[in-house]
Every structure is written in C-alpha cells, then in structure tokens.
Design a protein around this ligand. Structure first.
Ligand code: DNO
Length: 358
C-alpha cells in the first residue's frame, strides 16, 4: 500500500506540502493541473513544473486525479475525436514525466454531488451531506448555486465554463441513455488504452458519486455489475478502476468488503473513507473510523492486506474539525486522522498475517 494525499496546487489549496510532510506514512501527492480547461492538452513543461515542486518535498507524483473527460466525448458529439486526440497527448506527456495512474470519471455534467458542504455533526464538526429528497426535487441551477457559494475556490468537476452551458448540456443528454453512455465510454477506452499502455499508465475510472442517476441523467459506474461491463470492454492492463468506498458505498446494496475482495486487483488506486447512510437514503460523510459510519473500512483494509495490495491509497473527504477553514471535504486534520487509522489497520492486518505464518 502506497499512502498518498490529494493536494490542489500552489495558491489553490489551504493545505501546504510542508504540513502534509508531517503526516506519518505519506509517500506521494495526488495532483492535477486544476487550472486547465477540460479538453486541453496538458503540456510537458507545465506538468514538469508541478512534479518538480511536489518532488522537492520528497514526495512522488505518480497519481493524477483527474484528467477530466470533455462532455463531447461522453455525449458522442461529432467533435469528440479532437478531444480524444488531446486526451491521448496528455496521457503521453504524463507518461513521459513518470506518472503511473490517471484517475478519471465518466459522469455526465455533474461530478460528485452534495446538497450541503458544511452540515453540522453531533460532535461539533461539519461535513459534506447529501439529502436525497432535496436532489430529487431540486432545480440543477440551485445545486450549482449551493456549490458555488460553498467555496471561493473552484471545486473540481464544477468548472464555471461547463456550468455556464448547463441548459444546453441537459438538452444534449436527452439523447444519451445508459446504453449510449456505455457505448461512448467504450469508444473512448478503445482509443486511449493502447496509448496508456505504451506510456506506462493505468487508467482508473472513479465511480459515480452518488452511484445512482440524478436529475434524470444516466450514470453507469454504480456497482459491481459496472465493473463486469468495464472488463468486457477491454482486458488491457491499463483498464482499471479507482476503488472509492465512500462513493460506491453510498448505495447500501454495494458491499464494499465484497467489492474489495473481488475487484481490488483492478484498482491501481483506492479512495478509502466512510459515510453514514440513513434510512431515507440521505448520507453524511463521517470520520474514517468504521464505527462512525456504514462502511466497513476495517474489512476493506483487511481485504487489501490479504491481497498484498501494492496500489496507491488515499484518505478521502474528511470532516471539517478543530475550526479549520478549508476546501469542503479537503482539510488537513481529519484526512490526517484518516491516514493514521488506515495505517493502523494495515499494520495490524499485516502483523496478524505474519503471525499466522509462524
Ligand atoms: C471529489 C472527488 C471527485 C473525483 C473525481 C474523479 O471530491 O472524489 O471529484 O476526484 O470524480 O474523477
């Protein structure tokens, strides 16, 4: 297991790499060129500048999250090949700079979706919250306003240039159902996977968050059956997943321990966090601690240890604790606590494996 920490770049994050350096066990920084408009080629020089900075703190920069996929590719528009070619160029440039994993997603229009960014928890902290009935009855524009009001910084996946075209995009997606979206994912993957292989990169698709359709838009990476379909598209070693316990696990039907057991081998990258799911389908992001939420984080870590998992792992969204002012879900303190919990579980499982061999 290779512990990493997501960081949004100089001037774009409240957390500094000096601070991350003080969290035990962190080997690498998960990064992206967040200022690049979706669909543009990431140039070699700008990639290298970011990597040099990260490496100057002694971290590796092996994992990029995310190179976002242009809506034209997901929609299957006529101009999609232009964007696919740009994506290939970015893969080549990242591979040449030594990057090993690219996390991406195939969610139409909206990336991760929450109705409240600073929902009060009983312990006095705040956390990201999803109110199901609210989303079921919400005008998407209201959701955009909520997200925009939550932070002065642009949140990943919520780029203003995309959101300005919202009604046009909704109109376009009327012609794309789940089947069509799978077809468009297949076309994208068949084009880019050979390039990823040549470049020494594994592509790691992130589950839809939450893993169900919202606003009538199709969503396809929602549970174990999605992984079977993904494998059926291509058995390239570059065709991987980002195993995200909090995203996929927000649907109670998805048993993350079983999913880890069966699909961790497909995941060069894992996001490990907890959520508490309520009877009415709402969910809130809790601490990483198993007893605080609905996900068996302990059981997931046991699976990873049993499989001698060598992939990259990061804690995911944390609560906002101890008065920290930060990006929603991406503070320093609770993610650092999360790492200590994951390392503790890992060491305990490794020790019991070693013990049982004696
Ligand atoms: C939110 C993240 C997502 C994730 C992308 C992956 O905090 O989990 O934005 O990075 O969906 O492409």
């Amino acid at each position: 297991m290779n512990i990493t920490f997501r960081w949004y770049g100089r001037g774009n994050d409240t957390v500094t790499l000096d601070q991350v350096k003080q969290i035990p066990g962190v080997k690498g920084i998960v990064w992206a060129l967040h200022q690049k408009p979706v669909g543009e080629v990431w140039e070699k020089a700008e990639i290298q500048a970011e990597i040099d900075y990260i490496q100057s703190f002694g971290f590796h920069a092996d994992v990029v999250e995310s190179v976002n996929v242009h809506e034209s590719i997901k929609l299957g528009n006529e101009d999609r090949m232009k964007y696919i070619e740009n994506y290939k160029e970015t893969i080549r440039n990242l591979g040449a700079a030594g990057v090993k994993v690219i996390c991406y997603n195939f969610m139409p229009i909206f990336d991760w979706t929450r109705t409240e960014m600073f929902h009060p928890l009983e312990d006095g902290s705040t956390a990201l919250f999803y109110e199901k009935a609210k989303v079921d009855n919400l005008d998407p524009q209201e959701l955009i306003n909520t997200v925009a009001a939550a932070s002065d910084l642009t949140l990943p996946g919520w780029e203003p240039e995309k959101l300005a075209r919202i009604s046009e995009l909704f109109e376009a997606y009327k012609h794309v159902d789940e089947e069509k979206l799978w077809e468009n994912l297949g076309i994208f993957l068949k084009e880019i996977l050979p390039v990823a292989e040549e470049s020494g990169i594994k592509m790691a698709i992130h589950p839809d968050d939450p893993p169900w359709s919202i606003f009538g838009l199709p969503r396809i990476i929602t549970g174990p059956e999605s992984y079977e379909k993904l494998i059926a598209i291509s058995d390239s070693p570059a065709n991987g997943i980002t195993m995200c316990t909090g995203s996929m696990g927000a649907n109670k039907e998805n048993d993350m321990v079983e999913i880890a057991k069966k699909y961790a081998y497909l995941a060069p990258f894992s996001h490990i966090r907890n959520v508490k799911i309520y009877e009415n389908g709402d969910f809130v992001e809790t601490s990483h601690y198993t007893q605080d939420g609905s996900i068996n984080v302990q059981g997931v870590m046991e699976q990873l240890s049993k499989q001698n998992y060598t992939g990259y792992v990061r804690p995911d969204h944390g609560r906002h604790i101890w008065g920290e002012v930060c990006r929603p879900g991406y503070g320093l303190y609770d993610r650092a606590l999360g790492i200590m919990y994951l390392l503790g579980l890992w060491d305990a499982h490794e020790a019991s494996k070693a013990g049982s061999k004696q």
